[in-house]
Design a protein around this ligand. Sequence first.
Ligand SMILES: O=C(O)[C@H](O)[C@@H](O)[C@H](O)[C@H](O)COP(=O)(O)O
Length: 316
Amino acid sequence: MAFSVASTFLSLRNPHRPSSATSSFAPQLARKFQVLHLPLRDKGVSLLGLNRKRSVQVKASMAETAKSDKNIVGVFEKEELPVALAKYVADLSDKFTKERGSFTVVLSGGSLIKCLGKLLEPPYADSIEWSKWHVFWVDERVVPKDHEDSNYKLAYDGFLSKVPILPGNVYAINDALSAEGAADDYETCLRHLVKNGVLAVSSVSGFPKFDLMLLGMGPDGHVASLFPGHALVKENQKWVTFIKDSPKPPPERITFTFPVINSSAYIAMVITGAGKADAVHTALGDSKNSEKLPVELVSPEGELKWFLDKGAASKL
Ligand SMILES: O=C(O)[C@H](O)[C@@H](O)[C@H](O)[C@H](O)COP(=O)(O)O
């Protein structure tokens, strides 16, 4: 295989006790939207003490868009979001390792990695079946893996090096290749994993179906390396593509395409900071914009949940 597998062995860090997992959300937001609790047991939703009648309506069809289902798990204090996210990820890890014997998880860059920090602590550090995890990136900067801009390095230093995920199950890009070559190579890797049965395929779209994608969003509404107004947003054939003129540096990146993103079984949009408030408002508010932001095109076959902090939700 040409694709590159991160060759590191991973050990458990000395964990601290988790803080209590109470989520808080702005009351006005609670009234306006369905603020949802973790929905893994029945794939419907349970509501955090709000309007129960409306909660039935929120048992939304799997294909509903973010705008119409507004599946906001909570609007959290900064330190509380990682607690809720850890539970969400751990429950899904449990579900998929039991059901399929593996758990395919897609990471992005940015602050997401820090938000995963609670998974490094009890009870998760010891209870998660890390050896069943297969880790991918929704996008990656085309830089060496030890470069400060590398999403792999960010995840490795902050998360992957601290849990016993098998090195062969960590799918970094081949950083010896050009952007185009690395994208082709990554797609080849995914096709190989589909053949092996590690990676599922959507019976609806024919594209690979990851168990969980953990997505961040930029202040401009970009997700992965799919930027507003860029032609790549419309790519509908390739699984993985490349960009050489990213408006956010570094310019060369590879990225999953929307058909892959939207074939996911579960997507968690993890968005923090007041700088995202406008884009969050566009995506989840009542305004109607003519050209959709990339974040508004996230509409998975499966379940989409929003984890927001107070800053990100401040314009809702
Ligand atoms: O490759 C990138 O440029 C980043 O990975 C980017 O896509 C990031 O995921 C979002 O900008 C959210 O980042 P923050 O959560 O740090 O704001």
